[in-house]
Design a protein. Structure first.
Length: 230
């Protein structure tokens, strides 16, 4: 398949760096973290035009969307924001660990997942939040987290950890049954799961790609970091 450009969409007032973006199938909108502008830009996918710039997202880093729910990690505020994809209003803001980066959503179960880098006061953590006000769970991580995804059923989360280079997985929502696979090369950076091909897992590393599935990765090692409820 050959990819081709269908055009360009101007971002008014763009300044500084951008980070992750996500497409919401329900609203047909694309949400982009505008890190350098402490904001989120919204693009109408079908109309191929810029819709809005949403202010108030300090060092916006990660964005995911599903069923009209948009999650944004704010690295500059140690928070996770929940945005209504239709009205573009911020509905909830949750405090999380320092420097939240990767983010995932299980829209069907209304679960938000944030991977926090941490700082000199607190180590890196993986956190799960119920958007309906239920219990929160947190897991201490062995290294700097990057991107995270879930399986199709929303039963497990998979997280790329840069150093030591690995993919860590845990059961949702309680973050128990921790397992991990070592990843060769310069550190796990991103990860995705092909839900259409038997759940193949694709970690991205620096500087090269490495393809794996759970079956090919060998026997996982059970993690010893206990999850905690908050």
């Amino acid at each position: 398949m050959t990819l081709k450009s269908n055009g360009r969409i101007a971002i008014p007032g763009a300044k500084g760096a951008f980070d992750h973006g996500a497409f919401d199938p329900k609203t047909r909108r694309v949400f982009v973290a505008h890190t350098g502008n402490d904001s989120v830009d919204v693009i109408d996918h079908d109309g191929q035009k810029h819709v809005a710039n949403l202010a108030g997202f300090p060092e916006a880093a990660g964005v995911v969307a599903g069923e009209g729910i948009v999650l944004v990690t704010n690295r500059g505020a140690a928070s996770l924001a929940v945005v209504d994809g239709e009205t573009l209003k911020t509905r909830q803001v949750f405090k999380v660990g320092p420097k939240p980066n990767g983010v995932a959503i299980v829209a069907a179960h209304r679960l938000a997942i944030a991977a926090c880098i941490g700082d000199e006061t607190q180590g890196p953590t993986l956190e799960v939040i119920s958007l309906d006000g239920g219990q929160r769970h947190a897991l201490a991580l062995p290294g700097r987290p990057r991107w995270c995804v879930t399986d199709a059923a929303g039963e497990r989360v998979f997280l790329a950890i840069q150093n030591p280079s690995m993919v860590l997985t845990a059961r949702l929502p309680d973050l128990q049954d921790v397992q991990h696979w070592s990843v060769p090369s310069g550190g796990a950076h991103g990860v995705d799961i092909d839900h259409g091909r038997g759940g193949s897992m694709w970690p991205a590393t620096t500087p090269r790609w490495w393809r794996s599935t759970a079956a090919r990765a060998g026997s996982p090692t059970s993690g010893r970091s206990p999850a905690r409820r908050t």
